[in-house]
Ligand binder design. Structure first.
Ligand SMILES: *Cc1c(COP(=O)(O)O)cnc(C)c1O
Length: 379
């Protein structure tokens, strides 16, 4: 039997047990309790220029962000196509329509050129998009300078889906702090986790205040329950925040370890033509939450699907890249601007095991499986 190598495993080797015990002993497990504020303040020190409201998922953070951006029925919202469905689903919750845009081949994130084409075309069709959803996929920073320039030029705000990019840095600033609103996810498989959780990030105190209010059922500050508007039950609970605080204390280590895993893959695969990686924009650092590779089947003689199966037979978990949203049956009616970049990434890409504690010997086992496939192709 092979030792199983999971895709991504969280590490709970810090203060997680201590803090959850303290949260339980305090009697506060719900949306009132000391760890919520502690987790937010810790996150704010990392964000420096911005502040956060911690919520119960990345999806609810995206939904709330779109509510606060005033997105409503009939609006159009531009969204990177190459992403997880949660980037676009809240557009539909609000009765608005997603307009999908293809990726560029270096960062795999939204192409600034295609973004501008899409905006111009939508405007000439009589409707200016209400917002632009940019995603830092797999933790890789998108080209924010170019994207923000377009955002300013057409006066369309950016919603930054940094769900996968906690700890990623673009030109010295944390991913999540570039858009009008940014969003993190702390779901179970992300680089730091609270079980389920998320955060909404902004430098606008008005937005932060409204987010706090709407996330707690829009309850007015009165001795009885009074509501002037429709709210949501989106606040993070104290138990999750206790785990989050402990996780956040180790963020720099997590990023360092995952970057080391990525660097070792690059080194191990450097003599295998036909395997390639995506590239960081200048003066930026991906958290390399997941290491992803592209497989050129013409050069290698096997494709991503074949490698995925072969790795699986050896007890190694790998995963397809996100299937672009414009290719999803549920979004078949949505507009799409672009070509086949995201589609090609989906068809030829694979995420490899990327846990922070992954050992060199585990990675060498993955290399051995690839070499075995190569030997079969060129027998
Ligand atoms: C995980 C993820 C989300 C959603 O976060 P949840 O906390 O799972 O709701 C949104 N966008 C992207 C790109 C994600 O990877």
């Amino acid at each position: 039997m092979y030792k199983q190598i999971p895709l991504s495993f969280p590490s709970f080797n810090g203060n997680e047990s201590l803090y959850t015990r303290q949260a339980i002993d305090s009697g506060h497990l719900a949306t009132y309790g000391a760890f919520i504020g502690k987790f937010e303040r810790k996150l704010n020190t990392k964000l420096r220029t911005h502040e956060s409201v911690v919520l119960n998922s990345g999806t609810s953070a995206l939904h709330l962000a779109m509510v606060l951006m005033g997105i409503g029925p009939g609006d159009e919202v531009i969204c990177q196509s190459f992403t997880f469905c949660a980037s676009a689903n809240p557009i539909v919750y609000l009765g608005a329509k997603p307009v999908f845009v293809d990726s560029e081949s270096d960062t795999w994130n939204i192409s600034p050129e295609l973004l501008e084409d899409a905006i111009l075309n939508r405007i000439s069709n009589g409707k200016k998009p209400k917002a632009i959803v940019v995603v830092h996929l797999f933790g890789m920073p998108a080209k924010m300078n170019e994207i923000l320039e377009i955002s300013r030029k057409y006066n369309i705000p950016v919603l930054e889906d940094a769900a996968e990019a906690v700890g990623s840095v673009y030109e010295g600033e944390m991913c999540g702090t570039f858009g009008q609103i940014g969003v993190y996810s702390f779901n179970g498989n992300k680089i730091i986790t609270t079980g389920g959780g998320g955060a909404l990030i902004s430098d606008d105190t008005n937005i932060l205040q409204k987010a706090r209010h709407l996330s707690t059922q829009a309850r007015e500050d009165l001795p009885y329950y009074q509501h002037l508007e429709i709210g949501y039950n989106y606040k993070m609970n104290n138990l999750a925040a206790a785990v989050g605080l402990a996780q956040l204390e180790k963020l720099e280590n997590q990023v360092k370890s995952r970057r080391a895993v990525n660097a070792r893959y690059r080194e191990l695969f450097k003599d295998i033509p036909g395997i390639s990686f995506h590239t960081e924009p200048d003066s930026s650092q991906s958290n390399y939450w997941l290491t992803a590779i592209l497989i050129n089947s013409e050069i290698l003689g096997f494709d991503a699907a074949c490698l995925q199966k072969s790795l699986s037979r050896h007890g190694i978990e790998s995963r397809y890249l996100w299937k672009p949203l414009h290719m999803q049956p549920v979004f078949a009616d949505a507009q799409f601007y672009g070509g086949k970049t995201a589609q090609n990434l989906f068809e030829n890409g694979l995420c490899l095991p990327s846990s922070a504690d992954l050992k060199l010997e585990d990675q060498e086992r993955i290399l051995a499986v690839i070499k075995k496939e190569l030997a079969k192709s060129f027998k």
